[in-house]
Structure formats: C-alpha cells, structure tokens
Design a protein around this ligand. Sequence first.
Ligand code: SAH
Length: 380
Amino acid sequence: MHEKKHRKAPEGASLTKQIAARIQEQGPITVAEYMETAAAHYYATRTPFGEEGDFTTSPEISQMFGEMIGAWLVDIWLQMGQPENVQLIELGPGRGTLMADIMRTISSWPAFKSSVSIHMIENSPQLRQAQATTLKNYRPTWYDRLDEVPAGLNFIVANEFFDALPIHQFKKVKGEWKERAVDYDEVENTFRFTTVPLDFDVASIMPEGFLKAPDGCIFEVSPSSLSVLDQISARISENGGAALIVDYGHSETGLGDTLQSVAAHNYSDALENPGTKDITAHVDFATFKTVASQRVRVHGPVTQGEFLKSLGIEQRGESLAANATDEQRRDIIHALQRLTATAEMGSLFKVMGLTPHSSDVRPAGFNESEEGDEISDDTP
Ligand code: SAH
C-alpha cells in the first residue's frame, strides 16, 4: 500500500508540473483540456481496472455481461440473414475482457465467428498490450481513432468509453454564462476552478430553457463524444450493422456538475494529482439520441438493469449457478446484483442501440412495441 503511494507521487507530480507550466504560459485551460490531458496520462500509465486498480467495469465484474452482449450481436446477425465479413469494432476495450466474452459466446455460431474481424479503438499502448494478451487466440487490429477503420459492415460496441472523453463546462456567474476553466495557484501549488469569458453565443449550444438558469448552475457538453457518436452513426447508416453504447449518465439533459474522479474505488478530488486517477463525466443520452437520430434509428436508452434482464441475464446466472460451488454461486448472485440492481449499476448505467433507418432489424433488450421506437418518450 505504502509502496504504491510512493510510486504514485512522482508520476502525478510530473503531469502537475506540465499542466501548471501550460497554465502559467497561456492562462487557465478549459475543463475539457484538463480532462483530456489527465485521462490520456492516466490510461497510458496506470492499471485502472479491478480490485487492485481504481474502478471495476461491468465486463470485469462478470462474464455474464459480455455473454449478454454477445447474444445481442448474434440475434442481430441472425435477423440480418447471417451476413459475411462483419467488422466487430470496440471503442475503449480496457483489458479486452468484454471482447473475449463476446467471442466465446459467438463461437457457438461458427459461421458468425468465422465471418468476424476484430477492430479495437484504443490509444493507450499499455492497454493494447493487455488486450493482445487477453485476445491471443484472435487477431485484432488496433487503431487510435474510429475513422481509421476501413469501411464495412459494422457491429460496434462501447462500454464505459464515452464517459472518459472530455467535456466542456459552462457556469452562470453574475447573470452571465462563462466557460469553466482550471487555473493554477502558485502559492498553494494547487489547481482550482475559475471561469473565462465565452467568445461565442452560448445559445448555440444550450437548450433555451437553461439560458436563464440562476448563478452557480453548470451546463456540460462533450463535443468529442458527439463527434465520435456522429462517426458511429454515419458508419451504421452508410454500411449497415448496429451499435451498442453502454455508459453511465442521464436520459434527460440537465444542469449540474458531473465531473468526477475515482481512485482505489473511492471518489477523489479531480483537481488533485491529475493523471494518477480516473477522471470521467456523465454521458448525456438525451443529446446522444438527438444527434444520432439525424442519421440512424435509435433504440433506448433503457437502464442497464432492464436491458440485461430482458436479454436473460438472470436465467444465465441460474444456469451457471446450477453447476457451481457454494462460493461461486454467491459470486454469481453478487455479480447479478451489481450489474442489475437499481442501487448499483442497474439504473445509473444506460444502454442505447443504433441501427440503420433502412433496416427492419429489431435489436433485443429495448422493450419496443411492434411499431418500433417511433412512439418513444424523447424530445426533451
Ligand atoms: N470498455 C472497458 C474499459 C473502459 S475504460 C471496460 O468496460 O472494462 C475506457 C477505455 O477507453 C480504456 O481502454 C481507455 O484507454 C480508452 N480510451 C479512453 N479515451 C480514449 C480515446 N480518446 N481514444 C481511444 N481510446 C480511449
């Protein structure tokens, strides 16, 4: 424990110095720039996942998560008439656990398995290594960005990818919207929040209802996320297939500060020791839906609990438990609880599916009526 702490300090210190120097030179940096710099350093230098790391993601909790997503993909592939040359693309694959569970699940459909090529969007060299080890039985190709993947039929998955992408924050100060930024206090040697004036009309990025919000309110947007989402949507509409996005966030656009930092499974100050801990923000699924709907049919968002239960995760748990030891059975029940219970990941995490407007594929898990999602409750 102590040893770990000692190792953390110099890494954090070097990035702190770097960011502080940038601020001394150019003035306060946007929250987005701070977040992007901190996250890139974090993923490139640390082992984020699992008990030993800072946080645990759904695929790391249980193989059942990836099995449900594998089954979701198989169902779509069957509905599409078993196409050949499917590009299975994952954004931010972490340790490669989700992809391994998906591949194991689809192995029961050999024609599907042999039609699949694996494409991983990952910019951390260290995590690419981990993924290569986990997926040593397959031949993935790695890319820094989605637009580098060749055009083709797309089956795209992203679990806890978008929450890691930078957000801009805007804050109402004395009746005016300003951009929230990060400054460096040279006396205290700490980062602190400040605001800087906007050089564009805030109405161009904010729902009208929020313009008159009282002082202190914060509004967030993630242009990086929306740009990747738009690329996903464009691929699906042009070359067909489906996408599944799972992340934590809200189904309605709101005001509020969702920037958060987690180290060793505890919330932590996002402005302290950047690069040594996870830094994320909520995904705004309402805006995702509006943006993606311009190109593709959007399914959901539904809660992760609803989605996984509708795909049969409880039945899967029961069948695994039937052949398990007492201890394994307890683990399975605990994992089901963590993945689906409202108080855990079941409700804060949302799932959204994308399919082409031109396709009549009905992805599983979204409890849509026969007519599809046209009667949905969106439009904030
Ligand atoms: N999906 C995994 C990991 C989630 S953590 C899981 O569920 O366990 C976020 C992942 O996205 C990491 O693999 C991280 O390195 C990657 N990532 C973060 N920002 C990225 C970016 N801008 N481009 C590519 N990958 C990124």
